[in-house]
Design a binder for this molecule. Structure first.
Ligand code: TXA
Ligand code: MG
Length: 349
């Protein structure tokens, strides 16, 4: 049985954190909130405990986990050396949604890193997460707390849907803020390389380095280009329905989506539309969900995974979604949306 601990009224009970910390120490699994999405945590240094994460999620063994630390100095338990570039980033962005790759030391099991010699580390910006790590006194390996392939969880009910009965504790800390996962950055290259766009944007990173690039494999259709972040090669964020994205001016997008809606409806399909507060009036369809405000992409990021799961509940056959400009957090939003849509996007111009 899974114990659900509610800490979503702003008050963090020490007793509850102690109990969850004990479970981690003893090799168990605890789902907990971070500022990005919920994580499914286990002792990062305990191979058997980490093995349970892969099992509960149905996660491929070669997809490495992010190790979460509760204090910057804890990094020295995991790596031999912290490069200068990393120190600059840690100072500016930790705690926060930035994951950095380091050479692991021998204490970090290969199970945790999916067989790689590098280890991904971040310090989350969430009081419950930090208290849990500090209470358990070990670094916590935590992928997103969803079943492999499904949208990441941004509230406790998403975690319950996917993992109830499979893990020891779910800490309900309310809705996470950022809504998309952390940025994974490789600083071992001359030019720092973003392996997964996320909460810390390219523009944010350019305040520290003159040049930052995206892993070319992120956008490429070339099957020979292998993403450096193993997670990027798997199907992910998938709602049950097929999804199609349309991107252009508001007028063009809504016109095209309405045409597609009529077409699929005639085909006998149940259609859902993913719109924004600016455009919802343009669609005459019950299953139109509002993602957020186009002028505030943070609101879109924050709601995206919840909306994808809502369409599962509505049991639509196809989701027609508006697209967003790939600037700032828009890059992470579109990366997740394109994966959810299996790359099915129409660019209008
Ligand atoms: O915001 C987040 O990052 C959330 C919260 C819970 O912290 N975690 C998360 O973990 O999104 P996960 O496992 O769903 O995604 C981790 C990503 C995967 O794409 C994985 O391949 C990549 O990070 N990754 C982890 N270690 C890596 C490594 N050593 N080298 C390259 N990529 C790595
Ligand atoms: Mg994930």
């Amino acid at each position: 049985v899974t114990k659900i601990i509610e800490l979503n009224n702003g008050h963090i009970e020490e007793k509850a954190i102690k109990e969850a910390g004990e479970v981690i120490k003893n090799g168990g699994l605890v789902a907990f909130p971070t500022e990005t999405v919920y994580g499914l945590g286990a002792n990062a240094l305990d191979e058997d405990a980490v093995g349970k994460i892969f099992e509960a999620k149905g996660r491929p063994q070669d997809n490495p986990l992010i190790v979460h630390i509760g204090d910057i100095s804890q990094i020295y338990e995991l790596v031999e050396e912290v490069p200068e570039k990393a120190l600059m980033l840690m100072e500016k962005f930790w705690p926060g949604p930035l994951t950095l790759l380091f050479n692991k030391n021998e204490k970090v099991p290969l199970k945790t890193t999916g067989g790689l010699q590098s280890v991904a580390i971040r310090m989350p910006k969430n009081e419950i997460a930090i208290k849990l790590i500090n209470e358990s006194k070990v670094p916590i390996a935590a992928p997103s707390a969803n079943l492999s392939g499904k949208p990441s969880p941004t509230n406790a009910s998403h975690v319950i849907e996917d993992l109830l009965g499979k893990i020891d504790i779910i800490i309900d800390g309310g809705t996470t803020g950022v809504g998309v996962e952390s940025t994974v950055l490789d600083i071992s290259t001359d030019i720092p390389t973003i392996l997964r766009p996320g909460g810390v944007t390219l523009e944010n990173l350019l305040t520290v380095f003159p040049k930052v690039e995206y892993d070319p494999a992120l956008e490429s259709k070339d099957k020979d280009l292998v993403p450096k972040s193993p997670g990027q090669k798997y199907k992910h964020y998938s709602p049950k329905a097929n999804m199609k994205i349309v991107y252009g001016t508001i007028e063009d997008m809504s016109k095209k989506i309405n045409e597609l809606k009529d077409y699929y409806t005639l085909e006998g399909m149940k259609v859902g539309i993913l719109a924004t507060s600016q455009t919802k009036e343009k669609y005459d369809l019950d299953n139109t969900l509002v993602l957020g405000d186009r002028e505030n992409l943070e609101s879109i990021a924050s709601n995206l995974f919840d909306m994808l799961r809502k369409f599962d509940k509505l049991e639509v056959d196809i989701i027609l979604s508006e697209g967003f400009e790939e600037k700032g957090i828009g890059k992470a939003i579109m990366n997740r949306m394109k994966k959810a849509a299996g790359g099915d996007i129409i660019y209008l111009d």
